[in-house]
Write a protein that binds this ligand. Structure first.
Ligand code: ZN
Length: 72
């Protein structure tokens, strides 16, 4: 049997299928260095972990500002 969904929404539990748009909150550990080539700094992502995956309908309820209020 072919699997059409690879994940599910963390809020409404709707399955997320291949080809669907979806939203992901990611927790990155990063470091930024200044180099002659990048005087404004270049950022390296040391690790990246998916914290939360949402279907597009749920993701549209949030923007970067409202997500900040979830963390407060
Ligand atoms: Zn959802």
């Amino acid at each position: 049997m072919y699997e059409y969904s690879f994940s599910e929404c963390g809020l409404c539990r709707k399955s997320i299928s291949y080809g669907d748009k979806y939203g992901v909150l990611v927790f990155n550990i990063e470091s930024t260095e200044k180099t002659p080539k990048y005087p404004d700094g270049v950022t390296t992502v040391n690790s990246s972990e998916e914290v939360h995956t949402m279907c597009l309908e749920c993701a549209k309820k949030y923007d970067s500002e409202s997500v900040k209020s979830l963390i407060d």
